[in-house]
Design a protein around this ligand. Structure first.
Ligand code: ADP
Ligand code: ASP
Ligand code: MG
Length: 407
């Protein structure tokens, strides 16, 4: 018997009719002779609603109680889906993360999976029972409910697939696969048939929320193929994400946007060895994630250091730099908020002349100023004003003719 893990996101399970639609996908795989484990998210916007209700009580709830609350959304879906499958005459059982159990490192709100005990699920599958598991959560060794961060049900699915040595993990969502850009923003975006783990990892960590980036990391580590497809289109072939070796040359995977970014600049810093390190020491000790970093200086002149962070960390960052426990020498701190990061991702970017030039040409034709730039082997990212992000994505997409063919 093969094993398939299928995951259905919030919009795919939003109401009872959609739950019965999910049953069709599940039963198709089951009737083909597979053991099927189904991972589901909370219905529709349930998680957002829970977070809004939490805010009515407190804007600083304890992280523990936050996790206890937001983990409940998935409990409703697992029970209802198992009932739908029962109603259609099939054996199904639902489990919360702690019942599997999916053991985590205990970090509330962004827990990582340490191990999964598969014995109970394997027994159910051997008995022909369909197993329905709540996404986005697990339990710490101390017994606390811990969640994986927004969008984390994808990570539950791929981790379960890896632990169960499944044949593949199918992620069903509301679009037909991974596109060259978010199809809700760029109308000409085209579906990508196959992607490597590395490309997908860059795309999802650059803001393409179609897959939770941690699920791609797990898939890569365990070489677990992921198929992303639509739960609403019967004939959806979707996108295959796997190790798929590409020949040499350029292959652009897509464009992603990440909003709510801020840029901080320290002007007139002392040009001494170790000064820049002090900034990052202060921030890393306080769990602030820094993304793009740029440093400029004249010969023997003071230097300016700029970096980007998530806007949710801006206030804390400025406070920490103002407190200046490391004795940093600088003349002024400036910050810019309401920025977006646009990333172009693809194998071969670094070795293909002209890609960055085309991207920057598209931005300059739209009169868009780049506030920070970073490049890697397979990615070029720029920071621009958030209100210009959609225009920028469309212009870059068009300049690189991604809608017609993949470069
Ligand atoms: P789910 O609730 O099924 O987990 P998500 O909303 O998390 O679904 O992810 C699907 C959404 O991701 C799509 O509706 C789409 O707007 C967005 N998205 C962003 N970038 C891409 C991309 N490159 N390809 C496909 N979808 C994308
Ligand atoms: N329900 C959670 C969220 O909305 C997890 C998920 O959907 O993947 O973020
Ligand atoms: Mg999602």
């Amino acid at each position: 018997m093969g094993i398939i893990v299928q995951k259905f996101g919030g919009s795919s399970v939003a109401d009872t009719e959609k739950l019965f639609n999910v049953c069709e996908h599940v039963l198709k795989a089951y009737n083909e002779g597979n053991g099927v484990v189904v991972v589901v998210s909370a219905q529709g916007k349930t998680t957002d609603k829970l977070i809004a209700e939490e805010a009515e009580i407190s804007n600083k709830p304890t992280k523990r109680e936050h996790d206890v609350l937001v983990a409940t959304g998935e409990q409703i879906t697992i029970a209802k889906l198992a009932m739908c499958l029962n109603k259609l005459g099939h054996k199904a059982v639902s489990y919360m993360g702690w019942q599997v159990p999916i053991i985590t490192d205990g970090v509330f709100g962004e827990a990582r999976i340490k191990k999964i005990d598969t014995a109970k699920i394997m027994k159910d599958l051997d008995e022909g029972t369909i197993v329905v598991v709540a996404g986005f959560q697990g339990v710490s060794e101390k017994g606390d409910i811990t969640t994986f961060g927004r969008g984390g049900s994808d990570t539950t699915a791929v981790a379960l697939a890896a632990a169960l040595k499944a044949d593949k993990c199918e992620i069903f969502t509301d679009v037909d696969g991974v596109f060259s850009a978010d199809p809700r923003i760029v109308e000409d975006a085209i579906k990508i048939e196959t992607m490597t783990y590395d490309e997908m990892l860059e795309l999802s960590s650059s803001g393409a929320k179609v897959l939770h980036n941690r699920c791609v990391e797990i898939a890569k580590n365990f070489e677990m193929p992921i198929v992303v497809k639509s739960s609403f289109e019967k004939e959806s072939t979707g996108t295959l994400v796997d190790r798929y070796d590409k020949m040499e040359g350029l292959h652009i995977g897509g464009i992603a946007v990440m909003n709510d970014v801020s840029k901080v600049t320290l002007l007139g810093m002392a040009d001494r060895i170790g000064e820049t390190y002090k900034i990052f020491k202060i921030l890393s000790e306080n769990d602030i994630n820094i993304d793009i970093i740029a440093q400029s200086r004249g010969e023997h002149a003071p230097k300016d250091v700029s970096f980007s962070i998530g806007t949710e960390d801006l206030e804390k960052t400025i406070d920490l730099l103002d407190n200046n426990t490391e004795g940093l020498e600088y003349t002024e701190i400036k910050y810019f908020t309401n920025l977006s990061k646009i990333s172009l991702v693809g194998v071969g970017i670094a070795n293909t002349p002209g890609v960055a030039a085309s991207m920057f040409e598209a931005l300059s034709e739209c009169n868009i100023n780049m506030r920070l730039i970073s490049t890697s082997e397979i990615k070029i990212s720029v920071l621009i004003d958030e209100n210009k992000a959609e225009r920028a994505m469309k212009a870059i997409h068009e300049k690189l003719t991604l809608g017609k063919h993949l470069v």
